[in-house]
Structure formats: structure tokens, C-alpha cells
Ligand binder design. Structure first.
Ligand code: FES
Length: 78
């Protein structure tokens, strides 16, 4: 198993209404903050699916410490 990719600042995504986003929960994806399938080889946690309810730009968590996944709640600062 390799170390998770570490990017602690949130990444903004311009979401499209009704589009499904697979947020990486394991930290191994090289396409942060979204899953690239790396969790399978790493035998790590699967992604969390989120379907956008509106068109808007949101900050997605990359530190994986958020209590409001998939969105940043500022936990990377603490
Ligand atoms: S690569 Fe992390 S959840 Fe898929």
C-alpha cells in the first residue's frame, strides 16, 4: 500500500445540477478531491457519492477530516 496523496487545501468544483460526484474518502486518488479508483488497489475505503442538487461552485475537502463530506468544513486548519 502507498501513502495517500496529501493536499490539505480544499479544491473548488463548479458542480452541475443532478451530476454525481464520487468524493475520494481514502486519500489515495491522484485526482483529488474525486476518486480515481486507486482505493481498489490500496484496499482502502470506497468513494462517497454526492449528487449536486443545484448548479454551484463548492469547496471539496481533500484532508478527509471534514465532518460535512464531501465539503470542506475548515478541519484542515485545525
Ligand atoms: S481513490 Fe480514494 S476513494 Fe477511490
Amino acid at each position: 500500500m502507498s501513502e495517500p496523496v496529501k493536499k490539505f487545501s480544499p479544491i473548488a468544483i463548479a458542480m452541475e445540477k443532478d451530476k454525481r460526484y464520487s468524493w475520494c474518502t481514502c486519500g489515495h486518488s491522484s485526482s483529488q478531491p474525486l476518486c480515481d479508483g486507486s482505493h481498489r488497489a490500496e484496499k482502502a475505503t470506497p468513494p462517497l457519492a454526492y449528487v449536486a442538487t443545484e448548479e454551484k461552485t463548492a469547496n471539496f475537502c481533500t484532508c478527509k477530516l471534514t465532518k460535512n463530506p464531501p465539503f470542506c468544513d475548515g478541519s484542515h486548519k485545525g
